[in-house]
Design a protein. Structure first.
Length: 596
RNA sequence: CGGGGCGUGGCGCAGCUUGGUAGCGCGGGUGCUUUGGGAGCACUAGGUCGCAGGUUCGAAUCCUGUCGCCCCGACCA
């Protein structure tokens, strides 16, 4: 390709909308153009990157025996209603774009394809003899994100590889799951990324084991906790840890303390000389379920700890056996709206009675009562008294006449000790999620009634796994991890071009002829070369080449008349002078050793 | 959904307080000069000031509404 025909539009000033470096560089280098919020055009340069990533993915998956297909993006609501996801995906924080056709039939624009593939497999596969099947597609997905941002990182239309596997039993699913983990590690390594695999929450998709692949980057949206020995890593949404011992109180009689205006743990400690671990923090949440019930929840947790709302939501969902559309702390406005008179936020005790709910307008009349494991080890503690401006000393949890369900709803954090080795502590770093693998089990096959006949002749639901890679996000994550002051430094394997040849002065015929000759040499040898044949000053061409991040640069310049060019490495910044033949030899060696 | 900010030529911005001829830099075009790190000079094209209403002799500027975009939050009492 010649730059004169490449539609290369680089910008000197970056539009104000971009605020992370990778987003800025992609716009500045002319890789993407925004059409509207969270919706981008992939320009020719980026499309080449995406195709290279795609090829790496396809090659690895093919070697694992995966099948490729292309599934419909427009999907009927009925299969989503069967799986129980239509409401939660279209209402509340719903992420699915939905529409009606002219007959009034409801359709959704696919954010993911479990329903479609399960439906199709159930219609086509009937016997254990046809299993396992592992099928994937690479195509555009649509998600109506609450807040699209960071360019391709969180956009409303994006390219994703999603794969689904079907098995006759759980152990076969586990085999494929670890096969996919292996494939993913190879894929991300080949793409030249620094990444880490971590335990993850399965979220709305549901299921048993799940692992995320994170590209480490300061701008990442996810917080990762990992042990220094590398044996444990998890998304904070999922992470578990061991907390410091509480500073035990030793009081054997209960009494009330005046705590005027001391609504926070911090206030309480400062004014009364308590340690946060001696306080039991009581939080009231309201959960909205799929059938629009408003369920109040009361949570007790040690005062120095925080609630993990993901764990909380999962716990409630399991307990009610319903999908949770929303879960949030109760506000003073809620209390007014519901007509509650005796719920003084900031002074609530774990023993607050269900009676406070009797007059609520739209809430359930009984709390779900939960307590985090962290309260187990404490004896006497400070807590709210359910009276404004007063707290109370409780002798122990058992003395209160309620028994909350004890579970893990605590947020693990950096500095906590590790579960697998008490001598290790958790460190935190940020990451960009670029891949996620799940063992779904039989959740979807059961709800969609997708079954096969097993060896003993009975029908049974398929065991399923699902496996995603954010292709367009991966491209931007690579930029976030590979750049310098001058621009992008693409890893060779996914660079839009492998080599750029710059003719310093297009009017100089010996420069032009030598560059053209080398260009043809490279193309003939299968090297993806770009020739900058524009009638521009050399300086501008250097700036552009650096900005768009081509790994190798050849310059036909001052010494072209004696057949010598410069070979420059974008990453190491090393420059060598050599003749036409040596350039070809050197680059052929480089690319052969990288792509055996 | 809540809070904040911004919409002025392709991009980055000024002008708005105090209403009166729409400006600057980059980018585009032409010419000359220049030619190894985003060149110089000259000329030139390009704008319903997001949109709709209102106030006024007169609105980019003031008022109302609306649309779009960006940022923060939606987290602990």
């Amino acid at each position: 390709m010649r730059v004169s025909r490449l539609m290369l539009i680089t910008l000197r000033d970056v539009p104000a909308e971009a605020d992370i470096i990778s987003h800025q560089l992609l716009i500045k280098g002319g890789f993407i153009r925004r059409l509207t919020g969270g919706i981008y055009a992939y320009m020719p340069l980026l499309w080449k990157v995406l195709k290279k990533i795609t090829l790496i993915v396809e090659k690895e998956l093919d070697s694992k025996g995966c099948l490729q297909s292309l599934l419909p993006q427009l999907q009927p609501s009925d299969i989503w209603e069967k799986s129980g996801r239509w409401k939660s995906y279209t209402e509340g924080e719903g992420i699915m774009f939905s529409l009606k056709d002219r007959q009034g039939k409801e359709l959704g624009l696919g954010p993911t394809h479990e329903e479609v593939i399960t439906q199709i497999i159930s219609e086509t596969i009937h016997s254990y003899k046809q299993l396992p099947i592992n099928i994937f597609q690479i195509q555009t997905k649509f998600r109506d994100e609450i807040r699209p941002r960071f360019g391709l990182m969180r956009s409303r239309e994006f390219i994703m590889k999603d794969g689904y596997s079907f098995h006759a039993n759980e152990s076969d699913l586990e085999l494929t799951y670890s096969d996919m983990k292996d494939a993913y590690e190879k894929i991300f390594t080949k793409c030249g990324l620094d990444f880490v695999g971590v335990d993850a929450d399965s979220g709305a998709i549901g299921g048993a084991a799940s692992q995320e692949f994170m590209v480490t980057a300061a701008s990442g949206e996810d917080l990762i906790l990992k042990s220094s020995d590398g044996k444990y890593g998890a998304n904070q949404e999922k992470a578990v840890s061991i907390i410091e011992e509480a500073k035990l109180l030793d009081i054997d009689k209960s009494y009330t303390i005046d705590t005027p205006d001391q609504k926070t743990i911090e206030d309480l400690c400062n004014c009364n000389n308590f340690h946060p671990s001696q306080i039991v923090k009581v939080l009231i949440y309201i959960a909205t379920t799929e059938d629009n019930e408003k369920q109040p929840i009361i949570i007790s947790i040690r005062g120095d700890q925080e609630v993990n709302e993901i764990k909380l939501s999962n716990q409630i969902s399991n307990q009610l056996n319903k999908t949770i559309l929303e879960i949030r702390p109760v506000s003073n406005e809620d209390i007014k709206e519901q007509g509650i008179t005796n719920m003084p936020l900031g002074f609530i005790g774990p023993d607050i009675s269900d009676n406070v709910l009797t007059k609520t307008k739209s809430w359930e009349k009984k709390f779900i009562r939960l307590a985090d494991k962290s309260i187990k080890s404490i004896k006497s503690f400070i807590g709210g008294s359910n009276i404004k401006d007063k707290h109370k000393v409780f002798i122990n949890f058992e003395s209160i006449n309620i028994s909350p369900l004890i579970c893990d709803i605590r947020k693990a954090k950096a500095g906590d000790r590790c579960v697998h080795d008490i001598n290790q502590t958790l460190d935190e770093c940020r990451g960009i999620e670029i891949g996620h693998i799940f063992q779904l089990g039989t959740k979807y096959s059961k709800s969609l009634n997708a079954t096969f006949t097993n060896p003993s002749g009975t029908e049974e639901p398929f065991w399923m796994g699902c496996y995603g890679i954010g292709i367009s996000r991966l491209a931007q994550a690579a930029v976030e991890q590979n750049h310098d002051d001058l621009g992008i430094i693409w890893p060779v394997s996914i660079a839009p071009f492998e080599v750029i040849i710059i003719i310093a002065n297009i009017k100089n015929t010996s420069q032009k002829n030598l560059a053209e000759a080398i260009y043809n040499d490279l193309l003939k040898n299968g090297i993806d070369a770009l020739l900058d044949d524009r009638d521009e000053r050399a300086g501008l061409k250097f700036k552009d080449a650096d900005l768009i991040g081509i790994p190798w640069r050849i310059v036909a310049g001052r010494e072209a008349n004696i057949g010598v060019v410069e070979l420059h490495n974008r990453r190491t910044k090393q420059t060598l002078s050599m003749d036409q033949k040596s350039v070809l030899t050197k680059l052929s060696e480089e690319f052969n050793s990288k792509n055996p």
